[in-house]
Design a protein around this ligand. Structure first.
Ligand code: NAP
Length: 251
């Protein structure tokens, strides 16, 4: 019997696959049977080695996702090297912290370009292929700041709120074409992205006290949700932003 979470024979692009949440998602998808195109500016050697050790195919696709210049090549190289494209995980992202009164245009543009503009155009490039084949799964990595305002991260909040909005818009346009577009909103996950918060003793304690689960999430906590939204188990799930946050938003 075919398992509803089985990803055997599927090819997934994971952006920012060299570390953190992206690496964890790549490994979870591979454990479920998918082959992986590990996309990013830092070569994801470790991720590729781990995926191959699981018996799946993995290839590095080098791309600096601070502009849309490499977007079509990412899709073309994936098709060339792995022979298909069924899943897109838009995970690569950055954050810049400063109070709004001091926030610079450079910090605005850098975050919006990587987290929102490139995310959209990767959806477009992969979506064109998926619509033509009549099936595909896109999972955008959103944030708690897709729901909440945050503080000292104006471009990040704008980008992640935008990513949640685009997820719903694309679901409206593509659901009837066999393409599922959803998002995951990770809570506080211990990665490079949150190193500054983890290092701040007071903020660290306040964060942990507010999380019903009582701990930071691990990158691996996000993998199961990514497998679900990439699999046939989610065939009727469209435009959803799934919080994986230890209960933070329930509080
Ligand atoms: P991370 O460890 O800093 O990973 C970010 C990834 O994005 C890295 O692979 C990074 O590559 C890649 N990236 C950044 N800019 C890039 C560019 N211009 N071109 C190509 N790749 C680029 O942080 P993370 O926590 O795993 O973050 C992954 C995603 O989850 C992000 O979208 C983040 O906003 C989101 N998120 C994280 C949390 C959390 O608590 N950690 C919560 C909510 C949402 P390099 O290593 O080369 O920089």
């Amino acid at each position: 019997m075919t398992h509803i979470f089985d990803l055997s024979g599927k090819v997934a692009i994971v952006t920012g696959a060299n570390t953190g949440i992206g690496q964890a998602i790549a490994l979870s998808l591979a454990e479920a049977g998918a082959d992986i195109a590990a996309v990013g500016r830092t070569p994801a050697e470790e991720t590729v080695a781990k995926v191959r050790a699981l018996g799946r195919k993995a290839e590095i696709v080098s791309a600096d996702l601070s502009s849309i210049e490499p977007v079509q090549r990412v899709v073309d190289e994936t098709l060339e090297k792995l022979g298909g494209l069924d899943i897109l995980i838009n995970n690569a992202g950055i954050i810049r912290r400063a109070y709004s009164v001091d926030f610079t245009e450079a910090d605005w543009d850098a975050v919006i370009d990587t987290n929102l503009k490139v995310l959209f155009f990767l959806c477009q490039a992969a979506g064109r292929h998926m619509i033509a084949q009549g099936s595909g799964k896109i999972v955008n990595i959103a944030s708690l700041l897709s729901f909440q305002g945050g503080i000292r991260v104006p471009s990040y909040t704008a980008s992640k709120s935008g990513a949640a909005g685009l997820t719903k818009l694309l679901a409206n346009e593509w659901a009837a074409k066999g393409v599922n577009v959803n998002a995951i909103a990770p809570g506080y996950i211990a990665t490079n992205n949150t190193a500054a918060l983890q290092a701040d003793e007071t903020r660290n304690r306040q964060i942990q006290e507010r999380i019903p689960a009582g701990r930071w999430g691990e990158a691996s906590d996000i993998g199961g949700a990514a497998v679900f939204l990439s699999s046939s188990a989610a065939n009727y799930v469209h435009g959803h932003v799934l919080a994986v946050d230890g209960g933070w938003l329930a509080r």
